[in-house]
Design a protein around this ligand. Structure first.
Ligand SMILES: Nc1nc2c(ncn2[C@@H]2O[C@H](COP(=O)(O)OP(=O)(O)OP(=O)(O)O)[C@@H](O)[C@H]2O)c(=O)[nH]1
Length: 529
C-alpha cells in the first residue's frame, strides 16, 4: 500500500485518478486519525451511553427557571463532584466590615501593608484553543488529507494551602490563566494555556461571591451576601437549600461551535448538506460529553472551601476551556474534504472571597495594654510588638510553645485588644476574633495594674458574648509585680472561679515570674496535657 507521510522527503509520489480513489488508496498523514479510525470514533460516540444519571442527578433540583438567566446557578445535590471533597464544606461566617475601618489613617497603612485577612479576588481560567483546519500539502499536490490539530486546553486556576504563610496581603487582585493556543497543521495540538497556582496560608476559607460591581449597582453589599449567600438575594425558597454554585461558561450549545474555512461555504451552507448534518449529529455526542463534564466540574461549594489543613495537592478552582477538535477528526467516508473544525470551549470566571482565620490552639484576649504581647514574648518564640500605648498589636501574631521534647507543642494567637463597644466596631472592632474562633481555648489576659480587674474582665466577657461557649478558659492575671496588686488579684480570683470553675493564675511577664506554671496551665487549656 502506498504511504502518505507528513514529511515531504518521505513522500512517495502517487498518481491519482479521482479524489476518492486517492483517499481510498492512501493512508492519511502519519499521526492523524485515518478515515477508519474517525468512523469508529464517531460510531462509538453514537453508541456511547454516558452515565446520564451521574450527570443529571446533580442538577435535577435546579430551580427555578429565571435563575438560569444568571451566569451561575445554584445546585442543591450533596454529591461528590469528583474534584472537591464535600467534607470541606463549612458554615458561613459573618464578615461585617474591614478590620481596619476604625483605625486612623496613620495606623492603617502600617497594618494593611503587612497583613491582610480578607481579600476579594477576580479569577479566570483560560479559553480552550480553536481546532485547526489544514490539509497536507507538498510541491506535487495542492491538497492532501486533513491534518489540522486540536486546540490546546485552557489553563486552570488552582489553590493550595501551604504552611509558612500567615497573610493574604501578597495576593494580587485578579488572576487569569493562559488561553490554550489554536491547533496547527500537521496534526499539531495547540499549546496548553498556563495554569495558575495560588498559595494561601493554612486557615484560609475561599467563598464564591457575585461580581461586587454588579452587587453595588443593585445597592447590595458584598458583606451581606457573604453572610447569607442565598437569602440576601431573596432567592431562598422552601425546601431549596443549594449546596453548590455552578459558574457557567457563556458558550456554544451541543451541535454548535463550528468554524468554517470558506467564506462562501459557511454554517448555513453546511447545514443544508446531509453529510454535515449526519456528522454533526455524531459529533454532538462529543459536545454533550464535554458540556456535561463542565456541569459537574464547574461546581463550587456555596458555603466555601475551608483550607484548614495544608492541601496535599493543588485544588482545582476554575477549569480552563477544552480545546476544539481539528479537522483531522472529520475525515470520513462521506466527508472527504472537511473544511471545518470546532471552536475551543470558553473560560470560567468568578469572584472569590478569601478569608484567613489563623489556626492556633489558644487565643489571647484582653483589653489594650493589658500585657498580651509581653506575655506571648515571655512564653513563646513569637516576637510581637510591645508598646506603652494602646493598640500596639495591629495584626495577629502566632507563637509556638513547647511543653518539652517528649510532648506536643501548642500555638497561641495574640490579637489586637478588645474594648467596650468593640462588637459595635469600636477600637479595632471584633473582626480579629475570627482568628481565635477556631481555637479550642481562650486565655483572658487581665492586668492587675488596672484599678478594677473584675470590671475589665466583665467588659471582655460582654464583648465576647457566646464566643466563650464550648471553649476551655484560663485567666492570666498579669503585671502581678506591680505594687498593691494582691487585693485586686483576690477579688478577681473569686469572680473567675465562680464562672464554671475557670482557672486563674497570677504572673509577671516582665519579670518572668510564674511563667512555667502558666505554660503548664495553658497546655492543659489547649488540651495538650
Ligand atoms: N510591670 C509590668 N508591666 C508589664 C507587664 N507586661 C506588660 N507590661 C507593660 O504593659 C504595657 C503593654 O504591654 P503589651 O504587651 O504591649 O500589651 P498588649 O496587651 O499587647 O497591648 P495591645 O497591643 O495594645 O493590645 C507595656 O508597657 C509593657 O511593658 C508585666 O508583667 N509587668
Amino acid at each position: 500500500m502506498l504511504k502518505f507521510k507528513n514529511s515531504a522527503k518521505n513522500l512517495i509520489a502517487v498518481t491519482r485518478t479521482t479524489y476518492s480513489r486517492y483517499y481510498s488508496t492512501l493512508e492519511p498523514a502519519e499521526h492523524a486519525p485515518g478515515q477508519e479510525e474517525n468512523e469508529a470514533w464517531l460510531t462509538s460516540l453514537e453508541n456511547s451511553n454516558f452515565d446520564e444519571n451521574f450527570y443529571f442527578k446533580k442538577i435535577s433540583n435546579e430551580k427555578p427557571k429565571e435563575y438560569q438567566k444568571t451566569p451561575y446557578r445554584f445546585i442543591n445535590e450533596d454529591t461528590d463532584t469528583g474534584i472537591m471533597n464535600i467534607n470541606l464544606l463549612i458554615n458561613t461566617q459573618t464578615i461585617k466590615s474591614s478590620p481596619y475601618s476604625s483605625l486612623s489613617a496613620r495606623q492603617r497603612p502600617k497594618a494593611e501593608s503587612n497583613f491582610s485577612d480578607v481579600r476579594v479576588l477576580k479569577l479566570s481560567s483560560g479559553n480552550g484553543g480553536n481546532g485547526s483546519i489544514s490539509f497536507f500539502r507538498d510541491a506535487g499536490r495542492s491538497i492532501g488529507p486533513p491534518d489540522g490539530g486540536d486546540g490546546g486546553q485552557g489553563g486552570s486556576i488552582y489553590i493550595q494551602a501551604i504552611e509558612g504563610l500567615t497573610s493574604l496581603n501578597k495576593l494580587k487582585q485578579s488572576y487569569r490563566a493562559g488561553d490554550g493556543e489554536k491547533g496547527q497543521q500537521r496534526q499539531l495540538d495547540g499549546a496548553t494555556g498556563k495554569d495558575i497556582l495560588i498559595n494561601v496560608p493554612v486557615g484560609t476559607i475561599v467563598k464564591w461571591i457575585p461580581d461586587p460591581l454588579i452587587l453595588k449597582e443593585q445597592g447590595k453589599e458584598v458583606q451581606d451576601y457573604i453572610e447569607y449567600p442565598v437569602e440576601a438575594r431573596g432567592e431562598t425558597m422552601e425546601d431549596y437549600d443549594p449546596k453548590f454554585i455552578q459558574i457557567r461558561r457563556d458558550d456554544y450549545k451541543v451541535g454548535e461551535g463550528w468554524l468554517f474555512k470558506d467564506n462562501d461555504k459557511t454554517e448555513e451552507w453546511h447545514k443544508d448538506k446531509e453529510f454535515f448534518n449526519t456528522l454533526n449529529m455524531k459529533v454532538s455526542k462529543y459536545d454533550e460529553k464535554i458540556i456535561k463534564e463542565e456541569e459537574v466540574g464547574d461546581l463550587f461549594p456555596l458555603h466555601g472551601l475551608d483550607l484548614s489543613q495544608p492541601s496535599p495537592a493543588p485544588i482545582l478552582l476554575l477549569k480552563g476551556g477544552t480545546g476544539g477538535l481539528g479537522n483531522m477528526h472529520f475525515l470520513t467516508n462521506d466527508v472527504r474534504n472537511p473544511r471545518f473544525c470546532k471552536k475551543g470551549r470558553k473560560h470560567l470566571q468568578g469572584h472569590f472571597l478569601f478569608e484567613l482565620k489563623l489556626l492556633a490552639d489558644l487565643g489571647l484576649v484582653g483589653l489594650p495594654n493589658a500585657g498580651k504581647s509581653t506575655l506571648l514574648r515571655a512564653i513563646s518564640n513569637a516576637r510581637p510588638r510591645v508598646g506603652h500605648w494602646e493598640f500596639t498589636t495591629l495584626q495577629p501574631t502566632i507563637g509556638t510553645i513547647s511543653l518539652g521534647f517528649d510532648k506536643d507543642s501548642f500555638t497561641v494567637a495574640d490579637i489586637p485588644g478588645l474594648i467596650k463597644g468593640a462588637s459595635q466596631n469600636k477600637g479595632m472592632g471584633i473582626d480579629f476574633l475570627r482568628h481565635v474562633e477556631r481555637s479550642g481555648g481562650l486565655v483572658f489576659v487581665i492586668s492587675l495594674g488596672n484599678n478594677d480587674p473584675v470590671a475589665d474582665f466583665e467588659v471582655l466577657l460582654n464583648e465576647m458574648g457566646e464566643r466563650v461557649q464550648n471553649k476551655n478558659i484560663l485567666v492570666a492575671a498579669t503585671k502581678a509585680d506591680l505594687e498593691n496588686t494582691q487585693e485586686r488579684f483576690v477579688k478577681l480570683k473569686e469572680f473567675v472561679e465562680k464562672q464554671n470553675g475557670w482557672k486563674i493564675i497570677p504572673v509577671s511577664a516582665q519579670n518572668q515570674e510564674n511563667i512555667e506554671n502558666l505554660i503548664l496551665l495553658m497546655g492543659e487549656c489547649a488540651g495538650k496535657l
